[in-house]
Ligand binder design. Sequence first.
Ligand SMILES: [Zn+2]
Length: 256
Amino acid sequence: MKTTFTILGCGSSLGVPRADGHWGKCSKKNIKNFRTRCSALITKGENNILIDTSPDLRHQLLKNNTKNIDSVIYTHMHGDQTHGINDLRTFSIKNKKKVDVYANKQTLFYLKKSFNYCFFGTQEHRPILKPNLVKKNLLLGQGVEKIKIKSILVKHGMINCVAYIVNKLAYISDCNFLSKSNLKDLKGLKFLVIDCLRLNPHPSHFNLYSVLELVEIIKPSKTILTNLHSDLDYDFLMKKTPKNIKPAYDGLKINI
Ligand SMILES: [Zn+2]
């Protein structure tokens, strides 16, 4: 049974263009520069595992014709990864049960505090989400098409971000440093989907030059750049990077 990894969104925290129509250095003529906030979907048979609930989640699920979500795995607590959480109500109502969400301690604390009604309900509404602590190894989904996912902790500025490895693909959406132990976990990858915010250094994200250096160390067969800010135009990146490194675009599907 084939497993597909879909990049639902590959934009940085404010998206491209921003809400005020600012495109930065990105050409508005190329649809691949229209970037919603980062999230991804792992699909195997009937099973759909969502990575993060970006503020653009409803739009992303409609665009990718996603009829159901089995569970959600979170990378970290920032607004661009979590603030679309309310759209999970659809799947709680549809399946008449709470949606399982997996996250580390810090992210679960933030989610429960900020979106209290989702976990504890209100006088008028039942709770819609079941919190679970993310484990090193996860087996998610239903039936014979369950999906095996490995999680590792990476540095994202002052906080930790959970990176996920499925088959031979690693998804590291927000990161500025990989430890020796991380590098060991990332050996033998076919696909590395990695944070590449912009050209200049940033305290909590990799930039284009740090990613180019990393690729030399990790040596994945193919690298896909995500979390792209408005100073990184799609065609500019295609010209600037070797053949095995490509910018992501919303809706990009990878067979893994
Ligand atoms: Zn972040």
